[in-house]
Design a protein around this ligand. Structure first.
Ligand code: URA
Length: 257
């Protein structure tokens, strides 16, 4: 079979060894640790270009890619499209998030079932009426992994934005100004039972659904916006660690299906 090469990820289908599953952290600095988390074995780096770092690791005989997407929809869309071109059919984002419901503690893992599409990139793949929904098998795998690990998790709708500051109604930015469109938005999402803000789920879920792939997102809560705006080092560690454990557990379940 002809070898397929993709430009941004600096990969080809020979290097990826038939991998059909991928974990997608945002941060290239988290890729190695993820690929070395048990039960992953034999992890090694395949490529590193711009924000895209890819390792391959094995769950038994099943190869899994761990590819960083960078922050936000545009760069995530490139990673998803190029991974799909290489034959990947199951993509699970693992990241961090800010909760907006009062009863969600730091360290809880949000399993996004659907996303409010406040991004721009997903509109280039499907019209805004198209839902950003996770694949039910990915949602089920993540909930089951969290439950087996004893990690608190909440499944529901996330608001997914292109910006960390105005789009998530943060006033602690350089100007402190939030355009009128976003003033009061957090209260509205809260009343509509949206659980959290993050920056990639609308792109991941719209693209994977529109491409007929299995997509999902898990994100560790690193701040509860009803209590504080500060993301402390300890809270970041708690959210990241739990999200990684749930994501790897979910992948192990998905590899068997
Ligand atoms: N990532 C986000 O996009 N928002 C937060 O509040 C925390 C992490």
């Amino acid at each position: 079979m002809a070898v397929r090469t993709v430009y941004h990820l600096d990969l080809d289908s020979a290097k990826t060894e038939g991998a059909a599953l991928a974990l997608l952290p945002g941060d290239p600095g988290r890729v190695e640790a993820l690929a070395r988390t048990a039960p992953f074995e034999r992890g090694r780096e395949l490529a590193c270009k711009r924000e895209y770092r890819t390792w391959i690791a094995y769950l038994g005989r099943t190869p899994v890619l761990v590819t960083s997407t960078g922050i936000g929809g545009p760069s995530a869309s490139i990673a998803i499209d190029e991974l799909a071109q290489l034959g990947v059919h199951t993509l699970l984002r693992v990241g961090t998030t800010g909760a907006i419901q009062a009863d969600i503690d730091v360290g809880t893992v949000i399993v996004t079932t659907g996303a409010v599409r406040l991004d721009g990139a997903s509109r280039h793949y499907a019209p805004i009426e198209y839902p950003a929904v996770a694949h039910p098998e990915v949602v089920q795998a993540a909930i089951s992994a969290a439950s087996a690990l004893g990690i608190a998790c909440r499944a529901g709708v996330s608001a997914s934005c292109d910006t960390f500051y105005p789009g998530q109604e943060r006033y602690d930015s350089y100007t402190g100004y939030v355009p009128r469109r976003f003033q009061g938005a957090t209260e509205e999402w809260r009343r509509l039972h949206v659980l959290n803000y993050e920056m990639e789920s609308s792109t991941v879920l719209t693209l994977t659904a529109a491409m007929g792939l299995r997509g999902g997102c898990v994100a560790g809560v690193v701040v509860n916006r009803t209590r504080s705006e500060a993301i402390t080092r300890a809270d970041l560690e708690a959210g990241e660690t739990h999200a990684v454990r749930v994501a790897v557990g979910a992948m192990a379940r998905l590899a068997g299906r």
